[in-house]
Ligand binder design. Structure first.
Ligand code: ADP
Length: 380
């Protein structure tokens, strides 16, 4: 009996030793990865105090020793106007509302320069204690390049807009004068129509670029008023070619009042209709359906075209996203992104349903003037 007890004790001791060895080994592996990573790494405890930092993070912040960071909080290195980013990240993480957090924000280096960094944080348990593990990557260079690119696009499209608007007006006047007063050849008349359409396309592309820069700089403001759906449809269809106009089919009670930024809602509807024309060229009908539902209006643009593969549906409203099959059709992949931002800023929702081979249904909702709607978007 005693012999059996001793054997059992030895077995337990050996197993514990093996477990300890495995634990120590995994700690060593973790520590090696932590220390040698080229990205800044830190571990914080429940008080949000830094208890470990690797050399990459120390160098990133312009210090030379662990002592400069350990015992401090990351908010000590955040510029005042960006401190709330870190507070929100830490709140969400520790309240477990997100198991994992990722954001782009700023830190201040020892010499006072501000750097942009991409931060990823996750909670983990060590010896029964919950700790936070954060990876920080310096993305200042990418951020500056992106800002320069956006500024360039903003300035270039702004400069292009004025001459193009004049060109469009000139070709419209020319076209009108030729129709009224003179005898012109059919060919000249057609050429003039073509040139007007091309200028309209150019104006639309530049408008998309301008709207995107405005959105990025938080400058897209809404100028809301009450307007009528039939007026909007008339304006839009007056710019369509007659064969496209013939394909439009209006469904539901169009005689509806809308409260929103007329110009921007027109931009959304024009984009959805133009997309249907462009990407569903063989669709015999393009249906515009209007529904007055409780508290909101729903407008759908439905085509019977090739449809969209399911795996692309969630990416369709992303900036610059285009279906591979449409890469040879002119476009920037910005229209749906801009449309979705405009609708979100109106407190509405935009969505797409599609069945490959059968067609697509893009719809958006707009709250009624006095409706109390759940705010799905908080403007920053
Ligand atoms: P663009 O038309 O400039 O590419 P959009 O953001 O308006 O930009 O559209 C993004 C992509 O979504 C298009 O490139 C196209 O691949 C796809 N798409 C949009 N509307 C339709 C549609 N009605 N049918 C099929 N594909 C569409």
């Amino acid at each position: 009996m005693e012999k059996e007890n001793n054997e059992l004790k030895t077995a337990v001791r050996l197993e514990r030793k093996a477990n300890n060895a495995a634990f120590m080994e995994s700690r060593t592996i973790f520590k090696t990865i932590f220390e040698s990573s080229r990205l800044g790494n830190k571990i914080i405890n429940r008080d949000l105090t830094i208890i470990e930092a690797n050399m990459a993070l120390i160098t990133l912040l312009g210090f030379s020793s662990k002592r400069d960071l350990v015992g401090k909080k990351i908010t000590d290195y955040a510029p005042d106007h960006r401190r709330s980013d870190w507070v929100i990240l830490q709140d969400k993480l520790w309240q477990n509302t997100t198991p994992f957090f990722s954001l782009e924000t700023c830190l201040v280096k020892a010499d006072g320069t501000i750097i942009w960094c991409h931060v990823t944080s996750i909670l983990f348990i060590d010896n029964g204690e919950t700790l936070g593990y954060t990876i920080i990557e310096d993305v200042t260079e990418q951020y500056n390049l992106r800002t320069q690119k956006e500024e360039f696009i903003g300035v270039a499209s702004h400069e292009l807009k004025t001459p193009m608007t004049s060109l469009k007006a000139i070709s419209q006047i020319l076209s009108r004068q030729l129709t009224v007063g003179t005898q012109v050849s059919e060919q000249l008349f057609k050429l003039l129509g073509d040139s007007e359409r091309q200028v309209t396309r150019l104006v639309r592309l530049v408008d998309d670029l301008l709207s995107t820069t405005k959105l990025e700089q938080g400058q897209l403001s809404l100028n809301k008023s009450v307007f009528f759906m039939p007026d909007l449809i008339n304006t839009i269809s007056s710019h369509l070619q007659s064969e496209d106009k013939d394909r439009l089919q209006l469904r539901g009670d169009q005689n509806i009042e809308i409260f929103g930024d007329e110009h921007k809602i027109e931009q959304v509807l024009v984009n959805l209709i133009n997309n249907a024309i462009k990407y569903a060229p063989l669709s015999k009908r393009i249906i515009i359906q209007v529904e007055q539902l409780e508290g909101f209006v729903k407008i759908s643009v439905i085509d019977l075209g090739p449809g969209i593969p399911e795996e692309s549906l969630s990416k369709l409203f992303d900036r610059y996203y285009r279906l591979e099959q449409n890469r040879f059709t002119a476009g920037l992949g910005l229209g749906l992104y801009i449309s979705s931002e405009i609708i979100k800023r109106h407190g509405g929702e935009i969505k797409v349903e599609s069945t490959p081979g059968k067609g697509s249904n893009f719809s958006f909702t707009l709250p009624n003037r006095n409706a109390s709607f759940p705010l799905v978007y908080n403007p920053v």
